[in-house]
Structures are given as structure tokens and as C-alpha cells.
Design a protein around this ligand. Structure first.
Ligand SMILES: Nc1ncnc2c1ncn2[C@@H]1O[C@H](COP(=O)(O)OP(=O)(O)O)[C@@H](O)[C@H]1O
Ligand SMILES: [Mg+2]
Length: 186
């Protein structure tokens, strides 16, 4: 995996595939410490997985015999001196938490978190997203609120995707989580 944003996409994909209706994604950044939480309201880890969700040979995937998403995220976090935890209870969804030291020599770049989120939101228009930042958990994106304003226009609409990318970038850039400088709209 090239950067942390791709791990994030992979974790969100797990929630989407498990049939969650909603994911809540939190980011915290302080100096070189970066943490993220992805919490869904899906069915929770299946019993065959719940003992060791990040064992590569434990997967409910049908297309191949290894499931690497969580295992790769754990490795990426731990090699920076950080950690990864999965918390799940049947019927109460799954929470994946990962902590990184971005200043560690083995840390991956963070990548474009804003673009990963915009891609996820457009790819799974039926999944509700809430994005929060900082220890105070300020809500910077709530797809249910945006959906209301869109009056039935889909998140897969290219104009809507542009708008999503812009507003996520604006909110996440101050934490150093966005791809580049804000586009000049003056
Ligand atoms: N959010 C989730 N909700 C329910 N089950 C999950 C979730 N995330 C992961 N799992 C279970 O854990 C397994 C391992 O996940 P992962 O490491 O991403 O590999 P893969 O998705 O390739 O199977 C999945 O096959 C799935 O059964
Ligand atoms: Mg996966």
C-alpha cells in the first residue's frame, strides 16, 4: 500500500461490503502523531473472523483465500511504533483504530485523505458518512445533511464529486491531510 489514505479506503470498503448503513470517521493529528478511527454500524465481525480479524488467512472473501486489509494496516502502523486495534461486538458494528508516528523513518506518506474520502463517498452512495476532526470531534462532513441539500442528485454525479472534493480538502488541509494547496477559486 503506497500511503495511509489507501489503507483508509480499504477499511471503509470492509464496512461497505459488510452492509453497514453508516460510517463515522475521526482524525486526530498532533505533531507527528496521526490517529484515525473508522466506526460502522454493520453486523460486526463474523464469528469465523472475530478472534483474529487481521490474520491474513482469515477472510470471508470469496474471490481469494487471503484477506490483507487489516493485516497491512497493522503492519503499517506498528512499524512506525504505533498500533492498530479492532473492536467489534455482534450487532454493534466494527471500529478500527490506527495510530501512526508520521515522523518515524518507516512511516508511509499520509497521502490524500480528502481524495480517498471523496472517492469512497461517490463509490458507495448508499452509505452515510460522517467525518470528524480533532479531540473535540468537530463534524466537518455529514453526508445526510449534504444529501438533503442535493435534492435527490446522486453523489456519483461529477459536479457533486467536485464539490465534495473541494469541501473535504478545505476542511482537512489544515491538519495536513489533503492532497495539495487549495485550488484558487477567486
Ligand atoms: N467492518 C467490518 N464489518 C464486518 N466484518 C468485517 C469488517 N472488516 C473486516 N471484516 C471481516 O474481516 C475479514 C478480514 O478483513 P480484511 O483484512 O480487510 O481482508 P478482506 O477484506 O480482504 O477479507 C473480512 O473478510 C471480513 O469478514
Ligand atoms: Mg478488506
Amino acid at each position: 500500500m503506497k500511503d495511509i489514505s489507501l489503507h483508509l479506503l480499504d477499511i471503509i470498503e470492509n464496512s461497505a461490503k459488510a452492509g453497514a448503513a453508516r460510517v463515522q470517521i475521526d482524525f486526530e493529528r498532533a505533531g507527528t502523531r496521526f490517529e484515525m478511527w473508522v466506526r460502522d454500524n454493520g453486523p460486526g465481525l463474523p464469528p469465523s473472523v472475530s478472534g483474529n480479524p487481521d490474520d491474513p488467512f482469515v477472510t470471508t472473501r470469496a474471490d481469494r483465500k487471503v484477506g490483507l486489509g487489516l493485516a497491512m494496516l497493522r503492519r503499517a502502523a506498528e512499524r512506525t511504533g504505533g498500533r492498530m486495534d479492532v473492536d467489534s461486538a455482534p450487532g454493534r458494528g466494527v471500529t478500527v483504530h490506527a495510530a501512526f508516528d508520521l515522523g518515524h523513518i518507516d512511516a508511509q506518506p499520509i497521502g490524500a485523505i480528502d481524495e480517498a474520502l471523496a472517492a469512497a463517498i461517490s463509490s458507495w452512495p448508499g452509505l452515510d458518512f460522517e467525518v470528524r476532526i480533532g479531540p473535540e470531534r468537530r463534524v466537518v462532513f455529514d453526508s445526510r445533511a449534504v444529501k438533503k441539500e442535493l435534492n435527490g442528485i446522486d453523489f456519483s454525479n461529477p459536479q457533486v464529486h467536485k464539490f465534495l472534493s473541494f469541501s473535504l480538502r478545505e476542511e482537512l488541509a489544515p491538519l495536513g491531510l489533503a492532497a495539495g494547496p487549495l485550488p484558487d477559486v477567486s
